[in-house]
Design a protein around this ligand. Structure first.
Ligand code: PEP
Ligand code: MN
Length: 340
């Protein structure tokens, strides 16, 4: 449930309510707005039921949060969460473009791509050093050497970086480089990994599992939020359906529906859903039109020679044109793509 304090409730009254909540064994999650303070009561049903604060001084009203996800719920936090990644914003009126190769292959490949996407106006560089591959015989990523190249690309271009964490043993190494930690679709329900990433406090890009419902996605986000990490970006990347004409079914309805369910920013990955370069632009435009807060898109200087996911990578030479078109549709949806 959610305890809404009266406008002008004193700090002492807020503190007293927090103590009452914590005495029951529940956790108090405090959001301080311009006018009012809202205290989310998080815990198991029994603890929450024992919190009786209706008549406590300074309390305006007590509202139940009906959803199983609490901190992620739009009921808890009206308005949109805006996340700042090294000065680049996402959420609310801010559209973020994340671009780069599927995997880090070489210094030249990464730096060339980083420069192109930065010059075109992308806000964040993507690139996998640890790759979740369906086959154990496929290239698994450059690992630590890939992370070092990402650090170099960041230094050269000033672009913040996102890269995927698959194994908690790599967390410290990834924290040295990643401004945003990516949790891939296959790990969306790896709850121990989510808990550790939540504790790190680093902004996190959480991809929807291949066959996960939106409620399951939000409960996965809840694992991050519960550890005090409020900087969670959700990503629709295509789900498995009976359709085989393309790689996955890009569920764009997820965008407006997630925005009703949660205050967190929602982005779209058209590359992994489509599996084909020619589908990436139309689906990016559709994502922006649906109100997405950004896209994450694979880009490569020479997709024909890419080690993985070449057929879906945008050509670096075409990226600036792609971004111009995307920016126009994002603007129609009331969002600005800030060029840094
Ligand atoms: C990726 O972004 O590199 C990736 C592997 O995506 P997903 O987890 O969505 O398959
Ligand atoms: Mn890929």
């Amino acid at each position: 449930m959610m305890i809404v304090m009266k406008e002008g409730a004193s700090a002492e009254e807020v503190r007293a309510v927090i103590s009452r909540v914590e005495e029951t064994g529940a956790h108090a999650h405090v959001s301080t707005g311009d006018l009012t303070t809202v205290i989310g009561v998080i815990g198991d049903r029994e603890h929450v039921a024992n919190v009786a604060v209706d008549d406590a001084p300074g309390v305006d009203r007590v509202v139940p949060i009906t959803k199983p996800y609490k901190l992620a719920s739009a009921e808890l936090k009206p308005g949109r969460t805006v996340i700042d990644v090294d000065g680049r914003k996402i959420g609310g009126a801010h559209f973020m473009t994340i671009a780069g190769p599927c995997t880090v292959e070489s210094r030249e490949q990464l730096l060339d791509t980083a420069q192109v996407v930065r010059d075109a106006g992308a806000q964040l560089l993507r690139g996998g050093a640890y790759k979740p591959r369906t086959s154990p015989y496929s290239f698994q990523g450059l690992g630590d050497a890939g992370l070092r190249l990402l650090a170099e690309a960041k230094q050269e271009t000033g672009l913040p970086v996102t890269t995927e964490l698959m194994d908690v043993r790599d967390l410290d190494a990834i924290l040295e480089v990643a401004d945003v930690i990516q949790i891939g679709a296959r790990n969306m329900q790896n709850y121990t990994l989510l808990t550790e990433v939540g504790r790190s406090g680093r902004p996190t890009l959480l991809k929807r599992g291949l066959s996960s419902t939106l409620e399951e996605l939000l409960l996965a986000a809840e694992y991050l939020l519960r550890e005090g990490n409020e900087n969670v970006i959700l990503c629709e990347r295509g789900i498995r359906t009976f359709e085989t004409a393309y790689r996955y079914t890009l569920d764009l309805l997820a965008v407006p529906v997630l925005k009703e369910m949660t205050h967190l920013p929602v982005i779209v990955d058209p590359s992994h859903a489509a599996g084909r370069r020619d589908l990436v632009l139309p689906m990016s435009l559709a994502a922006a039109a649906a109100g997405a807060d950004g896209v994450i898109v694979e880009t490569h200087p020479e997709p024909e020679h890419a080690i993985c996911d070449g057929p879906q990578a945008l050509r670096a030479s075409e990226f600036a044109d792609y971004l111009r078109q995307l920016e126009a549709v994002a603007a129609l949806a009331g969002k600005e793509l800030e060029r840094v």
